[in-house]
Each structure stands twice: as structure tokens, then as C-alpha cells.
Write a protein that binds this ligand. Structure first.
Ligand SMILES: Nc1ncnc2c1ncn2[C@@H]1O[C@H](COP(=O)(O)OP(=O)(O)OP(=O)(O)O)[C@@H](O)[C@H]1O
Length: 697
């Protein structure tokens, strides 16, 4: 039975309830396997063995019975009472205890938020969508009716919607239109520990809205901050010493197993653990946490090859944020009887999600995180070790429908050495985008009430970037120009919105829409280690000597001409999913262009205009660049050379670096930056070796 305590907890997490941690060897034969057990009947709608009823055949009351089994249900009256009494509440409770699905329903059922909408924010789209669908099922209403969701480029809500699951980015954008967020009576900031830039900014926005609305005394706003692993004292202090509710208890236990010795290669360790479970473990699906799309595709390839040798089918499903939503939903499908699925995921599945059937979690202990380099102005994606809270969140993806096991491919000692909390994104990323949005809201980031204030250096760098893009009048006044106000309309990096707006002048909006949409996702080229040569050969027909952007255009045009898109993409080593994602994004961006009176004109074959537009989109003022002497321009990963833009070529003695070139072939334009060549060896030593690029022309 769950027990609820109210306290200003000195402990950041709910330690008392952590499962015992057992050591395991990484060698295949040397596991301490979880106790053999018969697969339990899954309480959810869909079980991993597919043997249960389909959602539309659920017997009446089934979901309500399931709800009542959740630990949180036992403390419902007390929770409702506390929500009623307190305008701000911090709720910390075990993963899977029912915070995200139940608390909004409790509020709705008790008519606490009846005069408006209850918003529940999530750091990621996939969570917002899957949670809203789950809650709609529990309430037995169609999605979009009483329960809906809003994510970037997709709004599934109606006037009837009372429970709205949304990404924090979307609530932030709504605040741009109404800083008091009047349509909401309750705002639940879920997974607050994630501390994404948007979440941190929302903390300040919501806190201010609450204060202003309290002054009116007419329409108070309730704010609930939730997580399983947050630094409660820090949060409580920021939210004016808000009361902390401490929920104990989880529905099913999770056994945590650590590697006995440090592992040299976490990918190898994950692979051997997958097959150890598959060959010897009781039924149940596996969720593996890896770092990025390339790594996942590589591991998926290896797993598929090795799985051919196994008697029982092992379905391999990748999961990463750049996948189109429909494809992400594949991971939620029940696994056919006598099969097992393994989901290879980035940290997109780390919080919030319940993936039906998951009994085993494998934590590689690594994550790819954005890290800002103040000396270069770059955000780099770096593989690094997770924090303890991330690791506990990963553990919490098991034990949601039945008892589970989490394999950590690192030792207990290594775990203890991990930082307890993740550094908030706001302290490690480029702030230009958030600063632009705040200015649009009439707020100067220098005066903003951040929970953890970014450094002066990082704020100054953002201002200087916005000035360079022409979004603000001067670095001193930081007043938005009309261009800046327009840029803030687009849910894009400011550099990309600038390019889109500039495309009107060059009559190439159709082409730029395609390029920007493709740059908003992950690479459209498939390049796994095993087929690199063949893939490169197939890709040649798309390459343009005019650069990667035109190459991308060629790919997109070809994609649209394919009769059987999925099959032809596979034949050409193109990533079908990423192309579908890009075409969705493109449609949404086209709508925003139309709303902003940017006609959808095309320059046809005149790609020179596209290139000019891209360059002008980055720099208002070439003189700005000329003042700098040591810049490097790298055109693409495929061809390392000075960008052919005549303006830049002639005026600049050196180069400019498109920073993310080191990561993906076409993502560089997202992160255009100017870099001292000497820093390049630090940023991309392998890249240099590979291309024999000197530090000077
Ligand atoms: N899509 C789903 N399919 C099956 N069961 C689900 C689903 N979503 C939720 N559940 C059930 O409801 C429980 C509570 O989920 P919920 O997301 O509310 O927990 P939570 O406390 O918010 O967890 P977390 O801190 O991990 O976000 C899960 O443990 C699981 O048993």
C-alpha cells in the first residue's frame, strides 16, 4: 500500500524504495539472472505477448480496475486536498507510481480545474502523445476530445479538451501569445528534473503568470512540479518554498544488476547482455539505452544479423527523436506471441514512457548531450556519462506492468562516481533561440528569473549572434527588429528562421523550405559500417558540386518521384523515416510561411539563388566577418573546402566553420559558427586526420 509523506525531504530521490543492487558479470555465461518466473499477466491494455484483448475490446471497467491498483490511487483524497490547499506543489514519486497519468485525472474528476484546461508538459513529443492516448483510453474518450495533445507541428485538441498533454516548447510558444496563460487553470510541469532549456524558461514564465494572476485574485493558477528524481530542495526554494509531497511506493519491483568489472566497450556489453537475455531470460521485451541514431542503427544491424542464428524471433526496433511519430509508435505495438522485441533507444525513452511489454532495461551508462563551447560559440553533441538521476529514470522504464530487471553495464562503484544530477541545459547550450523568444515576450534574458542563471559570457554570445542575424537593433538596447519578431514566429533555430524569411527576397521559398525541413531532422543518408562503400556509390547520383544543401534538394526531389518510396529509399541507402519526417515538418513550416505572408515561390533550376539565400540568412553584415581574421569555412563533410559563395570567398582571407559538420553530413548549417582554426584540432581531431585539412588555406 502506498504511503504518502509530506516533508521537505533532505533526500533528492526516494532512496528508501530503491531496489537492492546486485552485481553481474558481463560475460555471457556469468550473469546472475533474474529469478525464473512465469510471465505475469500484464495489467495494461496491450501485453508484450500479444495475448490480451485489443484496446477496443477492453471490458468495461477494466481500465478503472487497473488505475485503482496504482500506488498513487491510495493517496488520492489526500493529494486532491493538498492540491486544493496549495497554489504551488512539488510532487516527487517513484517512476511508474502514476503521477503523470493519474494526477491530471484526479484534478479533473474532483472538478478542481473546471474553469479551464489542465496542461501537463513533457520534455518530449513521444511522451506527450503516448501519455495522452493512454489517459484517453483510461477515460474511455476519443483522443482529441476531453484529452488531447499538442506537439510541434501537431495539435490534437478541440474546444472540449480539458486535459492537454503538450511539450514544454509548445506551452512556451503559447506564452508568447498570452503571458498569463489564461486558458489554463492548472499547469503541471512534469519530468522537471530534465531541465531542458524550455522547461527552465517555463518555470520562470509560469511562476510570473501565477503571481500576476494572483494579484488579480480572479483567476488563480495552480502549478504542480513533478518528477521521480529531482533536487527537491532546489526546486522548492525556487518556487517560493513550495510544499513538497513525497509519494512512496511503486507497483512492481525492479532488480538492478551492475557489471562486476568495468567494461571497456559499452556497445559490446550491451550486445552481449541483449543476447544473454534473449537466449536465457524469461519472456519479456528489452529496452536498451544507447547514445544516438548512428550508434543505434549500427547496433540494430549487428543484432539483426546475430538474431538470425537464434531460434526465437528477436524484433529490433530503433527509437530516436528524429523519427516520424508514426514510426515511433511501432515500439508501442504488442510483440507477437513467441517473439521478443528489443528497442534500441536514445534518451528519448528515458522519462515518462511506459512501453508495453518491457521487462528488461539495459543501461549503457552513456548519453549524447548538447554541450556549448563558449570559446567557439558552438553547441556540440558529445557522448558522455549519464548522471545518477538519468540512470534511475532508465531503470524506471522497467517494472511498469510487471516485475522487471535493469542491467547496468557499469559497476556499482562507477555508478557512485556519476554526478547525482544532470547539468541543466540552460547552463550548457547556445541561448540565441531562447533569448529571441524571451525578447518577443518582452522579457530580457539578463533580468529573467532563471532557476540557475546562465553565465554572462553565454548571454553575451547569444546577444551577439542575434545582432549578427539582424534580429535585434543593437547589443545594448536588445530591441527586436521587425525581422526579429518575424523570426520568433518559427519554431526553429533563429538561423534557420532567418533563412526562411530571406527566401522571399530570393524567390526560393519552396527550396529553402525543403532544406530547412531536412536540416530539422537527422541525416537522410544511411551509412552503416557494413555497407559504406555501396551506400556512397548509390549516394553519388544525388551529390551536387554546389554543396550539401543542393544535394539535399536533389534527394528530396528524388524521394518525391519514387513510386514505392520505402523500397526505393532502401535501395538507395536513404533513410525513409527521416524523409517522411522532413516532409511533415515542411508542410507545417509552409503553413507558417503563408501566415506570415511569405509566398511559396520557387527558383526552379536557379540554385545559385538558394546558395545566396543561405549565406544571406546567416549574416546580415559581411563586414562583421571581415573584422575577424582567422575563420574557417568548411562546406561539407563530403568536400572539405572553402564555401563557393563568391561574396565570402573573395572577401574572407580564411575560412568559416560550419560546426556540426563533424557530426552529420548535412546538419552543419544548423550550427554555423566561426571558429579559430587552432581550436579545430580540439573540436574535431579525427576529422582533420581524415581529410588532411590544414588550419589555414
Ligand atoms: N501506455 C501504457 N500502457 C500500459 N500501461 C501504462 C501505459 N501508460 C501508463 N501505464 C501504467 O500506468 C502506470 C503509471 O504510469 P505514469 O506514467 O502515470 O507513472 P509516473 O509516476 O508518471 O512515472 P514516471 O515518473 O516514470 O513518468 C505505469 O507504471 C503503467 O503500469
Amino acid at each position: 500500500m502506498a504511503d504518502m509523506k509530506m516533508m521537505n525531504s533532505p533526500n533528492p530521490f526516494i532512496k528508501k524504495k530503491r531496489p537492492a543492487v546486485v552485481n553481474f558479470h558481463q560475460n555471457v555465461s556469468d550473469f546472475i539472472s533474474p529469478k525464473k518466473q512465469k510471465r505475469e499477466n500484464m495489467p495494461g491494455l496491450i501485453s508484450a505477448d500479444g495475448s490480451q484483448q485489443k484496446p477496443n475490446l477492453v471490458r468495461p471497467g477494466f481500465m478503472q480496475d487497473e488505475r485503482k491498483k496504482l500506488p498513487i490511487f491510495a493517496v488520492r483524497p489526500r493529494l486532491v486536498e493538498e492540491i486544493q490547499k496549495n497554489d504551488t506543489l512539488i510532487v516527487i514519486g517513484e517512476t511508474g507510481c502514476g503521477k503523470t497519468t493519474q494526477i491530471p485525472q484526479f484534478i479533473h474528476e474532483s472538478k478542481l480545474g473546471k474553469d479551464g484546461i489542465i496542461a501537463i508538459t513533457q520534455p518530449r513529443r513521444v511522451a506527450a502523445v503516448s501519455l495522452s492516448k493512454r489517459v484517453a483510453k483510461e477515460m474511455n474518450v476519443p483522443i482529441g476530445d476531453t484529452v488531447g495533445y499538442t506537439i510541434r507541428f501537431e495539435d490534437v485538441t478541440t474546444e472540449k479538451t480539458k486535459l492537454k498533454y503538450m511539450t514544454d516548447g509548445m506551452l512556451f510558444r503559447e506564452a508568447l501569445l498570452d503571458e498569463l496563460l489564461m486558458k489554463y487553470t492548472v499547469i503541471i510541469l512534469d519530468e522537471a528534473h530534465e531541465r531542458s532549456i524550455n522547461t527552465d524558461v517555463l518555470f520562470g514564465i509560469v511562476k510570473k503568470a501565477q503571481r500576476l494572476r494572483a494579484e488579480n485574485a480572479k483567476s488563480p493558477l495552480k502549478v504542480i512540479i513533478m518528477s521521480a528524481t529531482m533536487d527537491v530542495d532546489h526546486f522548492s526554494k525556487y518556487f517560493n518554498n513550495a510544499k513538497v509531497l513525497y509519494l512512496e511506493g511503486r507497483q512492481y519491483p525492479v532488480t538492478v544488476l551492475n557489471a562486476k568489472q568495468p567494461q571497456n566497450d559499452y556497445i559490446q556489453s550491451c550486445l552481449s547482455t541483449i543476447f544473454q537475455i534473449h537466449l536465457d531470460g524469461p519472456p519479456g521485451d528489452i529496452l536498451v539505452f544507447l547514445t544516438g541514431q548512428d550508434e543505434i542503427e549500427g547496433v540494430a544491424h549487428t543484432v539483426r544479423l546475430a538474431a538470425k542464428e537464434c531460434k526465437q524471433t528477436l524484433r529490433t526496433l530503433p527509437l530516436y527523436s528524429a523519427m516520424p511519430m508514426q514510426m515511433m509508435e511501432n515500439v508501442f505495438r504488442p510483440t507477437p506471441p513467441n517473439e521478443r522485441k528489443v528497442i534500441l533507444s536514445t534518451n528519448v525513452a528515458e522519462t515518462s514512457l511506459t512501453i508495453p511489454g518491457i521487462k528488461y532495461v539495459i543501461d549503457s551508462g552513456h548519453v549524447k548531450a548538447r554541450v556549448y563551447q563558449p570559446n567557439t560559440g558552438l553547441d556540440l553533441l558529445k557522448v558522455q556519462k549519464v548522471s545518477q538521476e538519468q540512470s534511475w529514470q532508465r531503470t524506471g522504464r522497467a517494472g511498469r506492468e510487471s516485475a522487471g530487471t535493469c542491467y547496468r553495464v557499469f559497476t556499482k562503484e562507477q555508478f557512485n562516481e556519476l554526478p547525482k544530477f544532470t547539468t541543466p541545459e540552460i547552463l550548457r547550450c547556445n541561448l540565441a533561440s531562447v533569448m529571441l523568444q524571451l525578447l518577443h515576450l518582452g522579457v530580457d534574458a539578463y533580468d529573467f528569473d532563471f532557476m540557475d542563471k546562465p553565465s554572462q559570457e553565454a548571454l553575451d554570445a547569444a546577444v551577439s549572434q542575434l545582432k549578427m542575424l539582424g534580429a535585434i537593433e543593437s547589443q545594448e538596447t536588445r530591441k527586436l527588429t521587425s525581422l526579429g519578431s518575424k523570426m520568433a514566429q518559427f519554431p526553429l533555430d533563429p538561423r534557420l528562421s532567418k533563412i526562411l524569411i530571406s527566401s522571399k527576397t530570393y524567390n526560393c521559398t519552396e527550396e529553402i523550405l525543403t532544406i530547412v525541413a531536412l536540416l530539422s531532422g537527422e541525416s537522410v543518408f544511411l551509412n552503416s559500417l557494413n555497407n559504406r562503400e555501396e551506400a556512397t556509390e548509390r549516394h553519388k547520383k544525388f551529390f551536387s558540386s554546389e554543396g550539401d544543401h543542393i544535394t539535399l534538394l536533389n534527394v528530396y526531389h528524388a524521394f518525391n518521384s519514387f513510386k514505392t518510396q520505402k523500397k526505393t529509399c532502401a535501395e538507395n541507402y536513404l533513410n525513409y523515416r527521416n524523409l517522411v519526417f522532413a516532409s511533415d515538418v515542411r508542410k507545417q513550416l509552409a503553413q507558417i510561411c503563408e501566415q506570415n505572408k511569405i509566398p511559396l515561390s520557387s527558383c526552379g533550376q536557379n540554385t545559385e539563388l538558394v546558395r545566396k539565400c543561405l549565406i544571406s540568412g546567416y549574416f546580415m553584415n559581411v563586414a562583421e566577418l571581415q573584422r575577424e581574421k582567422k575563420y574557417i569555412l568548411v562546406e561539407s563533410k563530403q568536400r572539405v573546402r572553402i564555401h563557393p559563395s563568391s561574396v565570402l570567398h573573395r572577401t574572407l582571407p580564411h575560412y568559416i566553420l560550419f560546426s556540426e559538420v563533424v557530426h552529420t553530413s548535412q546538419a552543419y548549417i544548423r550550427q554555423l559558427s566561426i571558429v579559430d582554426p587552432e581550436l579545430l584540432n580540439e573540436v574535431a581531431p579525427n576529422y582533420f586526420r581524415q581529410h588532411r585539412l590544414g588550419t589555414k588555406d
